[in-house]
Design a protein around this ligand. Structure first.
Ligand code: SF4
Ligand code: SF4
Length: 155
């Protein structure tokens, strides 16, 4: 980011802050505010770090409200229209932490078989069964498919 500011690069950096280290076991990191020994510590704020590099356009985007997909797209468009380096911090807890008790399934009556969820989303628990997708039992309940499907898969 320092180089981007220094050279006036017209880029947008997206930070996906899921409040954990999800890919390697959900251990804490300096942005979380809990040390590896479980002690409370001062959390490093990603937006502050970016601002300290001289970035003028920094926005935190909440990803957990029901309209989050649209607000994320709007925020991304605005940041990309900014002349100069811009940073978005998309912030929301990983479903591996929140463990929603809500799982999704596709209503075969409503599904048009457009295939958008298979081709564009790439969720590993959505598979084709004939010409219609089905959601397997190990759905994590993240709700992303419900946001992108125009037919809204039902719970
Ligand atoms: S995006 Fe929705 S309508 Fe299209 S195939 Fe998937 S579940 Fe069916
Ligand atoms: S996108 Fe999320 S809610 Fe939808 S099937 Fe995949 S894990 Fe479940």
């Amino acid at each position: 980011m320092i180089n981007a500011v220094y050279n006036g690069a017209n880029i947008t950096l997206a930070v996906l802050d899921n409040r954990t280290t999800a890919m390697t076991g959900h251990q804490p990191h300096p942005g979380v505010g809990i040390t590896a020994l479980g002690n409370v510590s001062k959390a490093i704020d990603i937006a502050d770090v970016v601002r300290s590099c001289g970035v003028e356009y920094v926005k935190i985007v909440n990803t957990v409200d029901p309209d989050s997909l649209e607000s994320c797209i709007k925020a991304a468009k605005e940041a990309m229209n900014f002349n100069g380096p811009s940073v978005l911090v998309f912030k929301g807890k990983c479903v591996g932490i929140t463990k929603p008790d809500k799982y999704y399934k596709i209503n075969p009556e409503a599904c048009t078989g457009c295939g958008f969820c298979i081709k564009e989303l790439g969720c590993p628990v959505i598979n084709l069964d004939g010409d219609k997708p089905v959601i397997q039992d190990n759905c994590s309940g993240c709700g992303l498919c419900a946001q992108i499907c125009l037919q809204k898969p039902s719970v």
